[in-house]
Design a protein around this ligand. Structure first.
Ligand code: ATP
Ligand code: MG
Length: 268
């Protein structure tokens, strides 16, 4: 998938009777490609346009200019991605999960759009998703209020997987979770990436997480991609002043603590 010169301008009306118009350039001329099966990190300060890029990729926003194209995969012929093939997992599972739906119904929600899947089949798929996301079997008939934060996020991930996506945009999916739970959830993403060759675009504030999971990373600053490349190279030799400042601001202790913990859990 390639973004070519993609910009996104949010327009809104303000003031008395909404007569005053205002616009904001959230993404400015973004150009980058993601290859099948890659895990790419997007980093940047709050408001830099990370979520906006994610929303463009999954089709929740249309580019104000530029284009997003899916190119042919050499092994598979031309790939035609539909909305279901590109899924976004949001930061706040609480908000994403309807509190009145059971885990079974939440996990298999993607099947509803396509019509009638027999209930036995639906249950089988839900059980597979429970297993895939590491949720206990007895979760199936529970409601979101009866799950922990980490479990809710697993349901959220399972729900995206039900559509058998080719590309998953994971937007700050571990912020607010306990460090050990974070490691498990990230580990799960890595597993899905490796096992199913799902392309993952990981949006995160956490530089240590991106460094250890993503082979490639992008840095955003005020709507622009200011740095892009192999994660090792970018982290070791940043060019843009913003990237330099951001990397220099990471307290060494934090990076050191996060690394072994994450690495250990990924090796498991
Ligand atoms: N619907 C909208 N209308 C107008 N402006 C918006 C809208 N959504 C986002 N913005 C603005 O666009 C900019 C980029 O927002 P975006 O959500 O992409 O940032 P972000 O990098 O994801 O930030 P965070 O790390 O805080 O989630 C911000 O300045 C935000 O205020
Ligand atoms: Mg965001």
């Amino acid at each position: 998938m390639s973004l070519r010169d993609v910009s996104l301008t949010y327009r809104s009306r303000r003031g008395f009777l909404g007569l005053q118009r205002s616009s904001f350039d959230a993404v400015k001329s973004a150009t980058f490609s993601v290859r099948r099966g890659e895990m790419v990190g997007i980093v940047g300060e709050s408001g830099s346009g990370k979520t906006s890029i994610g929303r463009l990729i999954v089709g929740l926003e249309r580019p104000s200019s530029g284009s997003i194209v899916v190119e042919g995969d050499r092994d598979q012929g031309i790939l035609h991605l539909t909305r279901r093939d590109v899924q976004m997992i949001f930061q706040d599972p609480q908000a994403a999960l309807n509190p009145r739906r059971s885990v079974l119904r939440l996990l298999t929600q993607a099947l509803e759009a396509t019509g009638t899947t027999p209930s036995a089949e639906r249950r089988r798929i839900a059980e597979r998703l429970l297993q895939e996301t590491g949720l206990p079997r007895d979760c199936l008939h529970r409601f979101p209020a009866e799950l922990s934060g980490g479990q809710k996020q697993r349901v959220n991930i399972g729900r995206a997987l039900c559509a058998m996506p080719q590309i998953v945009v994971a937007d700050e999916i571990v912020s607010g979770l306990d460090v050990s739970v974070q490691a498990h959830i990230l580990n799960l993403l890595l597993e899905l990436n490796r096992r199913h060759r799902i392309t993952i675009i990981l949006i995160s504030h956490d530089l240590a997480v991106v460094r250890y999971l993503c082979a490639r990373s992008l840095f955003m600053y005020r709507g622009e991609i200011v740095e892009e490349g192999a994660t090792d190279v970018v982290f070791e030799h940043p060019h843009h002043p913003y990237t330099k400042a951001l990397l220099a601001a990471v307290p060494p202790e934090t990076a050191e603590i996060a690394r072994p913990q994450l690495a250990a859990s990924i090796v498991q």
